[in-house]
Design a protein around this ligand. Sequence first.
Ligand code: GTP
Ligand code: MG
Length: 203
Amino acid sequence: MSPPRIGQVEFAGAIGRPGQAPPAALRQVAIAGRSNVGKSSLVNAVVGRKKIARVSGTPGKTREINFYSIDDRFYLVDLPGYGFARAPESVRDAWKRLIEDFLSDNDLLHGLVLLLDARRGVQDADRQLLDYLSANDIPVLVALTKIDKLNRSGQARAVAEVRKQLGLPSDQVVATSARTGQGVATLQESLLALFEPTPEGEA
Ligand code: GTP
Ligand code: MG
């Protein structure tokens, strides 16, 4: 049997303020990480559409929570980045509130992919998010981004370092590049697996 594939992808709507409802009550998987880490680029790569999510070299491009429906089965959710130091404090606070509001008491959220720049690894703001996710039993997958910027030995080192820092098994850390496509199929499969029934039911 061939693995499941992503077919129809549509922009379903956005949330710009805390308290706003998602476009529909579909299950969700979110893509999160620091500003400019490559969230929107990876969303595009995973769904195989070059320009569905807006990408920019200027940090702080994504300011709203954007919902992309995947085959009408679930939403891939592109979050605004955190930790953009040059943004005015009022803007940073607004982003923080928006993201926190989205994450809290969200029964539809089935998992989150935390993106880490392969050259930078785990930073304080990432740890805060991870602590929150584990306290709330939200499954997390880590994707290193821009892995094309490192040579082979650098890539292996970056993966090993993050695994060690976070104490994660190898199948929860994937090295990716939106530019070369490395790791994108693996990530896609892990995302789709989140929405498949488990043979043994709830473990
Ligand atoms: P915000 O929405 O501002 O938080 O940014 P983002 O995390 O969505 O990042 P975005 O996808 O907009 O990409 C930021 C920059 O990184 C852009 O200049 C991209 O072209 C570049 N970039 C993203 N992914 C990769 C990658 O895999 N390899 C390389 N070399 N550059 C990348
Ligand atoms: Mg973005």
